[in-house]
Design a protein around this ligand. Structure first.
Ligand code: FAD
Length: 435
């Protein structure tokens, strides 16, 4: 493993007890990886199996060009039009829940142009070293499965493509290359062999990447095992010893683990764990769905279906199709109508790969639902827990946990080791959520 920094060790490094990372998703695993690389004793506690949360069936994109926060100008109108429509890319199930309404209010406030711009800038800064970090992991022997075929943005109309490309050009601001113009007309669908002639405009952002997320998680798990990190699966963290001050022990379904520090990276369930420390983390699950299918021809690139906000990723010879943002409560209930809606939307861009929804059962594999942990401003929280000097939280990565996993783990490790918050983490402070 590579060293993160040569900063003088502080805190946990001087202590024998491990830093306990709660949650074996991509965020917890990456954090454990960088901590262990610095010689910090680490243990991971995972309530199910490693990667069993949102990190498993996602689309696997590792990208610069889709790293904008979800609350954006116009998104509220879009959400309002989708109210109660389960086939909409953004589905909001109205419910009389005070916390949800407060979340929506903050989401709306975060969608102003300047907050969106600031949020985008913050994520872009954190994201800057991402591909290099993936490369370093690969050099250290981790089979990240990352390849970088680029991302084709496909549209049914030239107008939609032009509009999207204009916005993307502004956001790229020299950080990544975008083409001058989309390819328009009958040749647009030639941008990727899987696209159908219904695609009337498309453009490629080169260099964007994709991993098989389950394989990436497994590879991290294996590397951590080799580095001597103890991983407790099927053990649930239920609380923390002491009600204030440093956390001396983590309470689990199988007893206590004495610790020198703790990192809460429990995805959606970080809410409960912060609650156990007396803090409210306003997370909502942005539920998304995916499934895998064999297409002929299969896509060569990551595909983004612009009008329908559905994506397709080349993965291990097959194609993973994913989409939807469903705000229907913090649960993992799979609504088959959403799978059908995604399949139907993809059919418009990929051509008739199925005849009718009843065929899907026999054509698709691994239908999956995952809860993206979402904070109302669309940014993660990566910070020390207020009032608990050796406790940290890394959650709320929304649509970007795979992309931002290595950068999060590395920056958080710097914070744990030095006791000083790295500049790149300033926008992801906890207190922005309480002010
Ligand atoms: C359909 C879909 C497509 C997506 N596509 C992409 C993409 O292309 N690129 C991208 O970057 N991101 C993507 N994402 C987002 C990405 O999946 C998430 O941001 C990421 O997986 C979050 O990782 P995490 O480690 O925070 O959470 P999780 O993966 O949910 O991990 C948290 C872990 O903590 C464990 N846990 C919870 N509570 C406890 C407890 N009390 N004790 C012990 N363990 C506990 C859970 O069991 C879980 O394994 C997508 C998400 C979805 C749903």
């Amino acid at each position: 493993m590579n060293n993160v920094s040569s900063a003088a060790p502080a805190g946990p490094r001087r202590r024998d007890n491990p830093v306990v990372v709660v949650g074996g998703g991509v965020i917890g695993l990456c954090t454990a990886y960088y901590l262990a690389a610095e010689g910090v004793p680490v243990e991971i506690v995972e309530r199910r199996s490693i990667g069993s949360g949102a990190s498993w069936g996602n689309a696997g994109w590792v990208c610069l060009s889709h790293s904008a926060p979800v609350p954006s100008p116009g998104v509220i109108g879009y959400a309002a039009r989708s109210l109660g429509r389960p086939d909409s890319p953004l589905y909001l199930r109205p419910r009389p829940d005070g916390q949800f309404l407060a979340w929506l209010w903050r989401f709306w406030r975060s969608s102003s142009p300047h907050r969106f711009r600031d949020g985008y800038q913050a994520v872009a800064d954190l994201n800057r070293p991402t591909f290099q970090l993936f490369e370093e992991m690969a050099e250290a022997g981790i089979e990240t499965t990352l390849h970088r075929p680029g991302m084709v943005h496909a549209f049914l109309t030239a107008g939609a493509a032009g509009h999207h490309l204009d916005i993307q050009r502004q956001m790229a601001a020299g950080r990544y290359e975008v083409p001058e113009e989309p390819v328009v007309g009958p040749s647009a669908h030639a941008c990727d062999p899987a696209l159908s002639p219904a695609v009337k405009a498309a453009y490629l952002v080169e260099g964007e990447g994709v991993v098989d997320p389950a394989a990436f998680v497994r590879a991290l798990h294996a590397a951590l095992g080799q580095a001597g990190v103890k991983v407790h699966e099927n053990v649930e963290v239920t609380g923390f010893a002491g009600s204030s001050g440093p956390v001396e022990a983590v309470l689990t379904s199988q007893g206590e683990i004495a610790c020198s520090g703790v990192v809460v990276a429990a995805g959606m369930r970080s809410v409960n764990l912060l609650g156990a420390m007396g803090l409210r983390l306003p997370l909502q699950a942005g539920k998304g769905y995916s499934f895998t299918v064999d297409l002929d021809p299969a896509p060569l690139h990551c595909l983004y279906f612009g009008e329908r906000r559905v994506v397709a990723s080349p993965m291990g010879g097959a194609t993973r199709i994913a989409g939807t943002m469903e705000l229907s409560g913090n649960n993992n209930r799979l609504d088959w109508r959403r799978i059908v809606a995604i399949a139907r939307a993809s059919r418009r861009y990929l051509g008739p790969w199925f005849d009718e929804p009843d065929d899907l059962m026999s054509l698709i594999r691994d239908p999956w639902v995952g809860g993206r942990p979402f904070l109302p401003d669309g940014l993660p929280v990566i910070d020390r827990v207020p009032g608990r000097e050796n406790a940290y939280v890394a959650s709320g990565h929304g649509m970007l946990g795979v992309t931002l996993g290595p950068a999060t783990g590395r920056r958080l490790t710097e914070y744990v080791l030095t006791g000083r918050r790295p500049q790149a983490l300033t926008p992801f402070r906890f207190d922005r959520l309480t002010s």
